[in-house]
Design a protein. Sequence first.
Length: 402
Amino acid sequence: MPDAYIYDHVRTPRGRGKPDGALHEATPVHLATTVLDALRTRSDLDTALVSDVILGVVMPVGEQGQCLPRIAVLAAGYAQETAGVQINRFCASGLEACNLAAAKVMAGQADMTIGGGVESMSRIPILSDGGAWSSDPAISFATHFVPQGISADLIATTWGYSRETLDTLAAESHRRAARAWSEGRFDGAIVPVRDSLGDVLLDHDETIRADCTPADLAKLKPAFADMGAKAGFDQIALLRYPEVERIAHVHHAGNSSGIVDGAAAVLIGTRDAGRSAGLRPRARIRAFAEIGSEPTIMLTAPSFAAQKALKRAGMEARDVDLFEVNEAFAAIPLRFCEALDVNPGRVNVNGGAIAMGHPLGATGAMLLGTALDELERTDRTTALITLCVGAGMGVATLIERI
């Protein structure tokens, strides 16, 4: 079975996902086209070598529908032979797209692929696609559906994470992200987004607050308390977890992932395909895994997916140099570190989604690229990337720097 190698990766900056955000005027296909064009230009890539472009798109409706990746391929001037497809595994879609792109290579069914993702949350709001899980009473009640914020607060309650602990992690995310930007750690990956006249719309992540402190965050009101009480979601969660007396609502906008726009793309191929294209492999994809978990608490699966991927690679958590764990909510990386006995100093060393935001379909591919760049910067070898997923799932990918 051929190995799958990462040859390059790029991402846009993340723009605030509101009408006044810097990327609001950029359509989703424009964001996707931006990163595809950058991959081709940076590598002087013969795009006829790329069999397929797989992009995560979590809200595949409106401007993000109609097989956006194929349209972006055409808009970016790729070879007619390059196909495109979009996939949706909720928050892990961008990483899953890279795993599927790698799987095609490893199965011998493609020599070169691109994985990645795009989400314009300012133009296509979250939950725009509807779905039975949250809207069909027969389904939602039977599966004890609650919104993710309730699940995050349930995790914090179950494992005893205080509001102060969560706010401290959130402030540290901003501090690390600000330091990474000031030291140029993202420079090699960022592709500015330009308008139709070529003027730069955004060239940096828009939501980082370098001066954020736990004291500042302590002033914010819990985001999910009213939802839990008035809409009855606390009681639904407690039906599934009767051992919990009550849910402490400790998450808010400041210690949860930001709503942003952005796109990312990762070039993956065989050793021979890279050699033919004159490219040097930067990392090998050692293993990847997906897993289902209990759907009410929903967000505990990153550790399970990581263990599954590590087992496939014959490794343990202590063998991994760096971790990227998506900061959907502050409780998620805390639980991951406890479950796998991982030093938090090895996790999200350049900040995370609390500081920089979580463009749903693209985040996983962004984290993959961030992990690779940090391995190269620090001369380390292995990194594991993982995200929690709605409806109780997790995805993980293990990479080894070449």
